[in-house]
Design a protein around this ligand. Structure first.
Ligand code: DAT
Length: 176
């Protein structure tokens, strides 16, 4: 059965604004915000922490099985929020939003979060080298990948409006 609502991935370097966008969009669209990091932690889908990077070593098979079992592919209306995107099967996903942020702004956000040393450096490099944008473009059809900026407050509102319009259009295109 075809889904009635689209599934959206929100991705980008830590600190770009994924949670902020995902929460607001979930509320305004009535979609389900799936914080993949939270699931990895809560369900223990990892093999411990990479201490240098300060991040989980994720068990992707367990994570995918868990997500598959939520039937998101059939139901739609899910916002997947994660700092990676290539592992989600293409057939699940209708839109991939890659959030981008100015590097000086990102530096302040990450240091405010207590990131330092290698963890700070790796994430700054990742944003500057647009690693997530490239990953998204390599993993999904070009027309479903959009890059949006999240530097300042007004950006969030503008982005939310834009995605809401996109969802309206998607519903029209997939009606009946
Ligand atoms: P992520 O989920 O990608 O790690 P977040 O949503 O937690 O990012 O945002 C990190 C911090 O930056 C948080 O304090 C909110 C702030 N922020 C994000 N986008 C912003 C924007 N466009 N304008 C102002 N602050 C923003």
């Amino acid at each position: 059965m075809a889904r009635k609502n689209p599934n959206i991935v929100i991705t980008g370097t830590p600190g770009v604004g994924k949670t902020t966008h995902a929460e607001q969009l979930a509320q305004s669209l009535g979609f389900r915000h799936v914080s993949v990091n939270q699931i990895v932690k809560d369900e223990g889908f990892h093999e411990g922490r990479d201490e240098k990077l300060g991040s989980w070593v994720v068990d992707e098979d367990k994570l995918l099985d868990y997500l598959e079992a939520t039937n998101l592919s059939e139901t739609g209306g899910v916002i997947l929020d994660w700092h990676a995107c290539e592992l989600f099967p293409e057939r699940w996903i209708d839109l991939v939003i890659v959030l981008r942020c100015d590097s000086t702004v990102l530096y302040d956000r990450l240091t405010a979060r207590g990131y330092k040393d290698k963890k700070l450096e790796e994430n700054m490099d990742s944003e500057i080298m647009q690693v997530l944008l490239d990953e998204a473009r390599e993993s999904y059809r070009e027309e479903i990948v959009v890059e949006l900026r999240s530097d300042k407050d007004g950006d969030v509102e503008g982005n939310i409006e834009r995605v809401e319009m996109w969802v309206d259009q998607w519903r029209k295109d997939h009606a009946g």
